[in-house]
Structure formats: structure tokens, C-alpha cells
Design a protein around this ligand. Sequence first.
Ligand code: ZN
Length: 483
Amino acid sequence: MEYGTGAIMAVPAHDERDYAFAKRFELPIKTVIAPAKGEVPEDEAFVPHSDDEVLVDSAQFSAMTSPEAKKAIVVWLESRERGRPAVSFRLRDWLLSRQRYWGCPIPILYCEECGLVPVPEEDLPVLLPEVEEYVPKGRSPLGAAEDWVATTCPKCGGPARRETDTMDTFVDSSWYFLRYCDPRNDGAPFDRGMVDYWLPVNQYIGGIEHAILHLLYARFFTKVMYDLGIVGFQEPFARLFNQGMLHYLGAKMSKSKGNVIAPDEMVERYGAEAVRLYVLYMGPAEDDKEWQDAGIEGMFRFLGRLWRLGLEVVEAGPAEGEPAGPLVRKAHETIAKVSDDIERRFQFNTPIAAVIELVNDTYTAKDDPEQAAAVRFATETAVSLIQPYVPHIAEELWQRLGQEQLWKTSWPEADPALLERETFELVVQVNGRVRGRAEVPAGLADDELIARAKELPRVAAYLDGKEVKNAIVVPGRLVNLVV
Ligand code: ZN
């Protein structure tokens, strides 16, 4: 078991599992942390960790915030020679060389006179030789390329032999993105000015399996290169996002299990745009999701409905008057939501739901001549908001609606005057962990906020019918339900 500094304070009152364990075996529970703005809870209550917690009943560390206390406790331990601060990394040694053909040659020569000799810089890179047989047979496949292996020592001019192992692919994957910034450079792997201009990467998107090794090594390489003065930044990736995995028939898709959805077949049947839209609609991009055949049908039908709506608006021709009324307000609310979800929240499923809602409302109003201008405005708004997901359909509709080049048109902007209903995003925690978020009107009373928090489906699932013992409300921000 590993203990971080957090473990110092993880007595049973403040760790979910320890708390449950202590309750089950009737062990004494001692509260040593209180929420900064909250009351010191009653004895034996569970107090989840929070950003602004303070220590209580902790001798000289009482009234310190957790970050202050962590430092002070380490200093105190050190002064008594009972411990010292340390940073733990999970970077492990990794074997660099492999007896494989596919990898970068290691630029080292063996000379009988001089021993190990690095290949001089002007002779880099060492390129792989052409070989007949790629399969290793007790030695590296490069060993068979005699003409390549036998070379001359750059130091003494005598005979030398090349290293026949190649580097593991992790070596390349730790810094290939630097080369991407300067791919045609013949004189060096990359020019520092180029990599400093383009990097670090603003947004890294990758599967969670990359988080452990590739990202760790890429960061390590970058830090070493920074120390060597080769690059001007210490972190290669400014922001990381791990997307979830697709499941089908209750399991991770895999060829051996035979539960694979072939994208080509789906594209053949529904079109690439419906498939793309459905994949993005299935759930938050970071969650694992289950492919549902009915779901793709639903997206296909929605696109049909949007298409028919667009054609009816085209048929009706230009509308008289200024667009106004509830449908226009709805369109502006949708613009605000879609923009915020995509740009700030990195949420791609909820914008689709918002556009579907807008299209449904517009569809209901389409036969009302009074609302013709609003219907046209709402339809055009829906088309431009769905464009990042289904660019071909959106472009085609946009042109039929008498406009040009949607891909060059500015993203729509919500009129703040029409967003009269002031809202905020309520963060809902259960036992101190974020379990849901909801857009709620500003100015609701605490008990109304608590009621809305409990209603969220994900939150309800975590509550699982259990009695809420305490609810902490931070106005305008969050509700923490303690069960
Ligand atoms: Zn030599």
C-alpha cells in the first residue's frame, strides 16, 4: 500500500472506505477536517475532502488549510527526524534495445581498437538496411545484413561493426511530435525555433491506456530536452483528454469476441454523417459507452427531420418581418448552450440534444404563418450549430436556404438580451465527489437547489435510495449531499 501526504489525514471520518469500515466494525471515528465555511460536524459524521477544508482538533496544525498543514506536518516530521519530503514518480526503467527489425538503429559502432564508438553526428541518421528476412532467429535480423554491419571506424579508420539491435518504439513515441513541427529538416531532428513556436500541444486526446506509459515517457523526454536546452518548454501537452471506449452487447468491442460494429457497414447503411453524429451523441466523450442499434436509427431519423424542415423552409421562401417570439429566444439559448458545451466544457453529446430540441420546437411551429420568420431563423441556427457534426448535410441545406459557404461563416452568437433567464451550472457532489451538473436558474432557495440536485439521474443512482444525512450548499456553485 502506498501512502501519500494525504494519508496523514485519512482517518476514518474523511475517507469513504475507511469511514464505511469504521462504521461496520464500530471503531471510533474522529473528525479532524471541517469544511472552511461550514460548521464543525457532529461526532462521527463523514466529512468529504474539499478544496478549502481546514484542520480541526489537530494540535498545532488546527485551523490550517490542508495544503498548509501538509507542508507543516512534513516540516514537523523532519525536525524530529521521523520523515522527510519526497516526490514519487512511477517512471520505471525500460529496456531500450530489442532484437527486431522494426525500430530505429542504435547509432553505435564496435571497433576492436577503440571499443564503443558513437556514429559521428554528420553521419546521422543511421538508416535501416534492406533485408530479406525480418523474423528474428536467435539474433537481430539486422545481423544478417553483412554489408551494412561491416563498416569503418570513424576514429582509427580500421574495421568496425554496427550495433544490430534497434530501439524500442517507445523511444520514438516519446518525441515524434517534435519532428512533426519541422518534418523536412535535413540537418537536424528539428529546429528549436519551430518547436518552440508550435508546441506545447494545446490539447491531447487519447485513450486512457496511453496515460500510464506513453505520456509519462513523453514528458520525461521533454524535460530532459528542456534541461539540455534543446526545447524551450517543460511539458509537451498542455491539456489531456481521455475518451471512453465503445462497448457492444455488454463488452468492449473485440474481434475475438465477435462483438464488433463495422464502421463501413454502418456508413453504407446510414451514411457517414449519421454514424459520426451518433458516436458523438452516445454520451460524454470521456465515458465508456454502449452501442445501441436503435440509437443510430434515432440519429438517422433526426437528420431526416432536419432535412425535411430545411426543404419546407426553402419552399416557403423568404419570410416577412423580423424573427421574434419564444422560438427565437429558444434559438439563442441553444446557441449559448452549444457554444459553451463545445468550447468550454468539452462536451459534445449535449449540444446535439440541444439542437434536436430546437429542431423539434421549430418543426411544431413550421405551419404557423405568423412564425415564418422565426421558423426560418431557428432552422438556419440549427443548421449552423450542427455543422461541426454533419458538415456535408449542413453545407447542402445552408446553400439551399440561400446562403453561401457555411464553413466560412462566423459561428452564431447568442444575443444576451434574449438569454433573460439567468442560470448557472450547479455542481452536485455525493460524499464530496462530483456526480452531476445541472443548469439551474439563479436565485433558487437552498432547499430547491437540494431538491434539483437529488433529481439528477446520475446523482439519484449514487444516492440509491439512501437517506441524505446532510446537504451542504455553496450558493451559486454547488450542493454536496452526504449519505
Ligand atoms: Zn577504431
